[in-house]
Design a protein around this ligand. Structure first.
Ligand code: URA
Length: 233
């Protein structure tokens, strides 16, 4: 995109006003005062107007993916398809995962190349709720909810799991909300009550919900409200 167009678009001003700003020496591209208003600006250029950053030099990505079963939550894997293999954006290799899912779990995965954005989401102290739909092999007794709330001692890590909210949807289906992400946590919790998870799907992370129209394997950029919402979880 040409520089005058980029400025006009960003500041909702006319193109001639954008050109005047450039000619007045108020616009910098990658730190240099811009002299030509028809300068081509690619996505890797940093553009500033006075002290304001109009476009940052590296393109920040904030994506959601509906992870299908069988796909690995990793950036590379010698054997299986990874979540990155499903992303077609040219900058996909700059992405990291904001939390993982088992290969046998489907649903919402967040990916970004902005570590400052993902850090609070991944910090256990932030207690971001993660909501899962669980299906089990045997009926889930009503008293299970109290056990999930009280927590389970995991000997390997020597921790007690934080209170988890278990909502029974049918005799073998529940919605479970966790505020942490221990290794195979949900499968281990159900194992502790003598049951086995046969289907696990993540519906939500904080205020970001997997939309019904995002089919397994599909991804899209987060909307501005999804991106900012996690600050107010
Ligand atoms: N708990 C599990 O057991 N598996 C997941 O993928 C997520 C939470």
């Amino acid at each position: 995109m040409k520089l005058d167009r980029l400025l006009a678009k960003h500041d909702s001003i006319g193109r001639s006003q954008a050109r005047s700003l450039i000619l007045a020496g108020r616009v910098r591209v990658d730190g240099e005062v811009a002299r030509r208003f028809d300068q081509e600006i690619d996505r890797f250029a940093a553009v500033e107007l006075d002290a304001d950053l109009i476009q940052s030099s590296s393109r920040k990505l904030y994506l959601m993916l509906n992870k299908p079963l069988g796909v690995v939550s990793a950036t590379r894997d010698a054997e299986h398809l990874t979540v990155i293999d499903l992303i077609t954006d040219p900058d996909r290799h700059s992405l990291h995962l904001v939390g993982r899912l088992d290969r046998s779990t489907s649903g919402l995965i967040l990916l970004t190349n902005d570590g400052r954005w993902s850090k609070p989401l991944m910090n256990p102290a932030t207690k971001v709720p993660k909501v899962y739909l669980v299906e089990t092999v045997a009926p889930i007794p009503a008293h299970a909810a109290a056990k999930f709330r009280a927590g389970f001692h995991f000997a390997t890590e020597d921790i007690v799991t934080r209170p988890a909210e278990l909502e029974l949807l049918s005799d073998r289906q529940a919605r479970l909300t966790l505020v942490e992400g221990r290794y195979h946590q949900i499968k281990r919790m159900f194992h502790r009550i003598g049951n086995r998870v046969v289907k696990l799907h993540r519906e939500r992370i904080g205020s970001i919900t997997l939309p019904a129209d995002l089919a397994p394997g599909e991804w899209r950029a987060l909307t501005p409200s999804e991106m900012s919402g996690h600050a107010t979880l």
